[in-house]
Ligand binder design. Structure first.
Ligand code: PLP
Length: 452
C-alpha cells in the first residue's frame, strides 16, 4: 500500500526524449510567413538561443543530454513524487488504480520551471545577458524569473495588464526573484505605444505581451526571447515528467492504461505522455493518451488543422496546428494557462494520426473535480490541472460501471494556492460555463486568410 514513489538523485533521467525522431509522420515544418519557405534553425537564432532553435527542428536525435548545470537545479525539487491517489479512488468508489505526478512541488508551484531552467541556461551559455517573455496569469513568468536569477540573467516580463492588476501575488513572486515586470500594453515599446494610442484602456492579452517581449528582444543587444509552451523544445524539456513517471510506475509495479494531461499549448501533456507513447510507437503498446482542454477554448476538439500564426499579432512563423484561429478571443476562464488558440505542432500531428485523444471540459465540471480532489488528497489543484483531474474522474467512473481495474495516470501540473479567488467564485456559486459551437469556430476561421 505504498502511497508515494520517488527516485533518488542518481536515478533522475539524464536525457530528455525527443518524440519527433520516432514519429512515422513528422510534424510539417514551420514556414516563414513572407516567403512560405520552411524555417531552418538559423532563422530562429535572432529571437531564441541557438541550442533551443536546433532542438526545435531536430527530427533525428531521440535522446538529448540534459546539461549538468540544469540537472543540478532539477535536484532542488526533483524527482517530483508519483502518488497513488488512494483518497480519490475511495471517494469515487472506483476499482481503477489512479496515480498522479505531482509537479506542483516545484519552487514556483508548476511544471513550467522544467523548461525555464533549460532555456535560461542555454542563454547564459551563449553569452546572453537579458531575457524577455510574456505571461498571462503569471506561472510562466514566475518560473522564468527564478530561472533567470539562478543563471545570473536579467529578466523582463510583460504581464497581461488585466492579470497584472487581478493577480498581484504572481507579480510579487516575479519581483521577489528580481525580475522587472511591466503591464502590457505599455509605453516601453513601439507595439505597446501604438495599442495604447489607439485604445488607452486596452486590458492587454497574450498577443500584446508577446509582441512587446519579442520587440524588446530584437531591439536590445544580448537579449533573447523565451516561451513557456507550444513550441517543440519546451515540450522536449517537459519530458522529464514522463521519464521519471515511467521509472516510478515500475517501482509501483504497474504500467498505465491511460495517461492524461491538461492542455494549453501542449507542454505538460506532451511531457507526461510522450515517454509512454514511445512504447506505443516502437513496441505496439496500447496505452491511451487523453488531452483535456477547456470547453471555452476547444482547439483540439473543435479546431481545424491548418497553418496559422502562434500569436494574435501575427509575428511568429506559420505553424501547422489545430487552431481556432489566431484571432480567437477565449472567454476569461480561471485556467489562464489553457487560454490559447492553438496546439503545438507535434501534438497536432499526433492527433491527426489518431495516436492520442482529446476531450473538452466545462469550467464547472473542472472545479467539481478540483474540489473532490482537494478534499480527498489534500492538495488544492491549479484551475488548469482541474481539467486533467476531471478527465481522470470520467475514466475512473467508467471503470466503476464496467468493474475494470484500469491504471490511470494524470499530471498534476500545478497547485492552486494563488488562484483562490477562482475557488471563492466557485464556492459562492457565481462561476460560469462558456459554450463554443462549431459554428462560432467556423465563423472565426473564415475571417482569416488561408496561408497555405
Ligand atoms: C501553463 C500551465 C498549463 C498549461 O500549459 P501547457 O503548455 O499546456 O502545459 C497547465 N497547468 C499549469 C499549472 C500551468 O501553469
Amino acid at each position: 500500500m505504498q502511497k508515494r514513489f520517488f527516485l533518488s538523485e542518481d536515478e533522475i533521467p539524464t536525457q530528455w526524449y525527443n518524440i519527433q525522431a520516432d514519429m512515422v509522420n513528422k510534424p510539417m515544418p514551420p514556414l516563414n510567413p513572407v516567403t512560405k519557405q520552411p524555417l531552418k534553425p538559423e532563422d530562429l537564432f535572432p529571437i531564441f538561443s541557438q541550442e533551443v532553435s536546433r532542438q526545435e527542428l531536430d527530427m533525428e536525435h531521440a535522446w538529448i543530454d540534459i546539461p549538468q548545470e540544469v540537472r543540478e537545479m532539477y535536484t532542488y525539487y526533483r524527482s517530483t513524487p508519483l502518488v497513488r491517489a488512494y483518497g480519490l479512488e475511495k471517494a469515487l468508489g472506483t476499482p481503477a488504480h489512479i496515480y498522479f505526478k505531482n509537479e506542483s512541488v516545484s519552487p514556483v508551484g508548476s511544471h513550467k520551471l522544467n523548461s525555464a531552467l533549460a532555456q535560461a541556461y542555454y542563454c547564459k551559455k551563449e553569452g546572453v545577458t537579458n531575457i524577455t517573455t510574456e505571461t498571462g496569469a503569471g506561472q510562466w513568468g514566475c518560473a522564468l524569473s527564478y530561472a533567470a536569477k539562478v543563471f545570473g540573467l536579467e529578466a523582463a516580463v510583460y504581464q497581461v495588464k488585466i492579470s497584472y492588476n487581478q493577480k498581484p501575488y504572481r507579480r510579487s513572486i516575479m519581483q521577489t526573484y528580481g525580475a522587472q515586470v511591466t503591464p502590457s500594453p505599455s509605453m516601453s515599446t513601439k507595439a505597446g505605444r501604438k495599442i495604447l494610442t489607439d485604445e488607452p484602456n486596452n486590458p492587454g492579452s497574450l498577443g500584446t505581451a508577446i509582441s512587446e517581449a519579442i520587440e524588446l528582444a530584437m531591439s536590445t543587444p544580448n537579449c533573447k526571447y523565451t516561451l513557456g509552451s507550444v513550441l517543440s523544445h519546451v515540450t522536449l524539456h517537459q519530458t522529464i515528467i514522463g521519464l521519471e513517471a515511467e521509472k516510478q510506475m515500475q517501482k509501483a509495479g504497474e504500467y498505465p492504461d491511460i495517461v492524461i494531461g491538461c492542455f494549453g499549448g501542449g507542454s505538460n501533456f506532451g511531457g507526461i505522455a510522450f515517454p509512454f507513447m514511445r512504447h506505443n510507437i516502437l513496441e505496439g503498446k496500447k496505452t491511451r493518451f487523453i488531452a483535456a482542454e477547456p470547453a471555452s477554448c476547444p482547439k483540439l476538439t473543435k479546431g481545424v488543422f491548418q497553418y496559422d500564426f502562434g500569436d494574435v499579432a501575427g509575428y511568429t512563423p506559420l505553424l501547422p496546428m489545430y487552431t481556432l484561429g489566431h484571432n480567437f478571443m477565449p472567454a476569461n476562464i480561471h485556467a489562464g494557462g489553457l487560454r490559447y488558440h492553438g496546439a503545438g505542432v507535434i501534438v497536432s500531428q499526433l492527433l491527426k494520426d489518431n495516436l492520442m485523444e482529446a476531450v473538452d471540459v466545462q469550467q464547472l465540471e473542472s472545479f467539481d473535480a478540483g474540489l473532490l480532489f482537494a478534499k480527498a488528497e489534500g492538495i488544492i489543484p491549479a484551475p488548469e490541472s482541474c481539467h486533467a483531474i476531471a478527465a481522470a474522474v470520467r475514466e475512473a467512473n467508467k471503470c466503476k460501471e464496467s468493474g475494470e481495474e484500469k491504471v490511470i495516470l494524470f499530471n498534476l501540473s500545478g497547485h492552486g494556492l494563488i488562484d483562490m479567488s477562482a475557488y471563492d467564485q466557485y464556492l459562492s456559486g457565481s462561476l460560469q460555463n462558456f459554450i463554443v459551437t462549431d459554428e462560432m469556430v467556423n465563423d472565426n476561421l473564415q475571417k482569416l486568410e488561408k496561408f497555405v
